[in-house]
Design a binder for this molecule. Sequence first.
Ligand code: TRP
Length: 332
Amino acid sequence: MGEKKQIVLSAIQPSGSMTLGNYLGAIKNWVAMQEEYFCFYALADLHTITVRQNPQEMRKNILDMYALLLACGVDPDKSVFFIQSHVTTHAQLAWLLNCYTQFGELSRMTQFKDKSKKHADNINAGLFTYPSLMAADILLYQADKVPVGADQMQHLELTRNIANRFNGLYGNVFKIPEGFVPKDGARVMSLQTPTSKMSKSDTNINGCVYVLDKPEVIIKKFKRAITDNDAEVRFDIENKPGISNLMTIYSAVTGLNTEQIEKEFAGKGYGDFKASVGEAVIEHLRPVQEKYQQIIKDRAYMEETWKKADAFAQNFSQRTLDKAMKKIGYIK
Ligand code: TRP
């Protein structure tokens, strides 16, 4: 018998469409981690209402994102892929943890500061306490490892502080999780402003590629990608951020390394290169798109899949919640 597998937890918000950046930077890593770890993956739909949502769109986003993650290779036979709002322990532990999290700590969160600027008309308490819900997501599952985007590392540090504080008062209740930014996850930049991260909120729609974009849209976006004035396909983030970004993407979808790519396109123009990257992305996404189309039509399959995962997550997380409540002084 081998050693017990380490536990991984991660989550993604179902707010809008998945970008190529989300896919290459995070989700491909989720899929890979399933082989080595016991993974809990959550659709963090409780988190999304910190920003106002349209109910119809929200329902669609949740279903789309669930189907798309299955299509990307999140495998319900290997991992527990559940919907956060279906598992009651998250909101419950989040409340408890709120009482072990300091106002000052939450005030220092850069995401809170950024989002309060962006949504100045709706700086709600949920936006402020969002990190303690995230801490609950993680601590409920006694996670060893938590892959996150670089922008979430501060929340991870806070989670560790909350867990240490709680354990300091009551003994070992929570595993102290280790957050990390997957190193082989590609950091994909905007095709129009290659010095900033590819994002749905890019002001230029050609900057951001979506996993479900049609092939003709994908190729168009790549053909319009910003490059530079010398005509050499060479990796140099400082001086050639556009070309370097395209190389990163090409590498992620073909498995070729930098040298191989430089060699392949030596003496060729940027036009050829951009078209080749676009084609390679289309080919890479084709099976994902096809699978998504099948799954999204099969609501019964989706429901059956999340119900199984929800029940497992509920049961597993309940043990941690019960323990924490008992330590605090609640009676059964
Ligand atoms: N806050 C994360 C994001 O916006 C999503 C998230 C919610 C998460 N709960 C989590 C990530 C727990 C890792 C672990 O990207």
